[in-house]
Design a binder for this molecule. Structure first.
Ligand SMILES: NC(=O)c1ccc[n+]([C@@H]2O[C@H](COP(=O)([O-])OP(=O)(O)OC[C@H]3O[C@@H](n4cnc5c(N)ncnc54)[C@H](OP(=O)(O)O)[C@@H]3O)[C@@H](O)[C@H]2O)c1
Length: 271
C-alpha cells in the first residue's frame, strides 16, 4: 500500500461497524485521515474513540445520509475538519428480503434511498472537492448488483443502479482525472448486531456466517483499498464473487440454473 494513503482525507459512510469500520482501520493504518459516519451516535463515538486510542486520525459525523441536508453537511464537515477530500466511499447500505407482492412500498423507497440515492447525492456534493484533489469516488455494491437475485430483488436492483451511475460518471468526468470505482462485495462475515430488513420494514438479525467462501471484513477492506490505490474501474471480491462474475458474463444459463435451484430451496422461507 506504500505511502499512497498517507495524509489523504477519506469519508466512509456507514463506518461504525462492519466493512466501513474495517476499511477505516485499514486506511488509517496507512496514515489516512478518516471521516466516520453512521446514524447511531453512541456506537459511532465508541468506534471513533477505539480508533483514536490506536493513534488513528479520525473524526466522526453522526447522521442519516439519506437526508440531503445531512449529506451536504457531512461533506462540509470533512472540509472543515481537514480542508480537503481525497476519497468518498459510499458504503452505507441496507439489504432486504421479501417478495414484491408483500413488500411495503415505503420499504422499497427506504432501500433505494440508502443504497442508490444517497450515494448519488453525496457524490454530487463531494464532486467539486474530489475534482480539486483528483481523487476518488467509490461505490460499494454487491454480487446482487451484478445480476438480479430472487427474494432480494429490491436490494439487487438498487445496487445494480450503482453500476450505471459509476459508468456514466466515469465518462462525464474523464477530463477531470478523478477515479470512479465500484466494488462488488460477496458473502462477508456478519458482525454481531447486523440486521437485514423484511417486507414490512421489520429488522431481521442475521446469523453468523462461516465457510471458505465467507470473506472477512478485513479482506474486503484490503480489496477496497487496492481498488482505490490502483484506480480500478471495478473489483469483484472473493472466489465466489469471481466465479459469479465469470458465469454471469460467459455462461449466464449456468448461473441461471444455479440460482433457480437455490431459489427453490429457499423460497419457503420468505412467503
Ligand atoms: N456484509 C455483506 O455480506 C455484504 C455483501 C454485499 C454487499 N455489502 C455492502 O457493503 C456495505 C457495508 O455492509 P456491512 O455488511 O458492513 O453493513 P453493516 O455491518 O450492516 O453496517 C452498516 C453501517 O452503515 C450504517 N448505516 C446504515 N444506514 C445508514 C444511513 N442511512 N446513514 C448513515 N449510516 C448508515 C450503520 O450504522 P447505523 O445503523 O448506526 O446508521 C453501520 O455503520 C453495504 O453497502 C452493503 O450493501 C455487504
Amino acid at each position: 500500500m506504500s505511502q499512497y494513503f498517507s495524509g489523504k482525507v477519506v469519508i466512509i459512510t456507514g463506518s461504525s461497524m462492519g466493512i466501513g469500520k474495517a476499511l477505516a482501520i485499514h486506511l488509517c493504518s496507512h496514515n489516512a485521515r478518516v471521516v466516520l459516519n453512521a446514524r447511531n451516535e453512541e456506537k459511532l463515538t465508541s468506534t471513533k474513540d477505539e480508533l483514536a486510542a490506536r493513534g488513528m486520525e479520525v473524526v466522526a459525523f453522526a447522521g442519516d445520509v439519506t437526508n440531503d441536508e445531512v449529506a451536504k453537511n457531512l461533506i462540509q464537515f470533512a472540509i472543515n475538519s481537514f480542508g480537503r477530500i481525497d476519497v468518498l466511499v459510499n458504503n452505507a447500505g441496507t439489504s432486504m428480503r421479501g417478495r414484491i407482492e408483500t413488500v411495503n412500498p415505503d420499504v422499497v423507497r427506504d432501500i433505494y434511498e440508502v443504497n442508490t440515492i444517497s450515494p448519488l447525492v453525496l457524490s454530487r456534493y463531494a464532486m467539486p472537492f474530489v475534482k480539486e484533489s483528483k481523487g476518488h469516488i467509490i461505490f460499494i455494491s454487491s454480487l446482487a448488483g451484478l445480476r438480479g437475485l430472487p427474494l432480494i430483488s429490491i436490494y439487487s436492483s438498487a445496487k445494480m443502479a450503482l453500476t450505471s451511475l459509476a459508468d456514466a460518471l466515469r465518462v462525464e468526468h474523464q477530463s477531470d482525472h478523478i477515479h470512479i470505482g465500484i466494488v462488488y462485495v460477496g458473502i462477508t462475515e456478519v458482525e454481531q448486531g447486523k440486521n437485514t430488513v423484511g417486507a414490512d420494514g421489520e429488522l431481521i438479525p442475521l446469523d453468523p456466517r462461516s465457510g471458505f467462501y465467507v470473506a472477512s471484513t478485513e479482506q474486503v477492506a484490503v480489496a477496497i483499498g487496492n481498488n482505490i490505490r490502483n484506480r480500478k474501474k471495478k473489483t469483484v471480491i472473493g472466489i465466489v464473487g469471481k466465479a459469479f462474475y465469470f458465469l454471469n458474463r460467459y455462461l449466464p444459463f449456468v448461473l441461471e440454473f444455479a440460482i433457480k435451484r437455490s431459489y427453490k430451496k429457499s423460497q419457503k422461507l420468505y412467503n
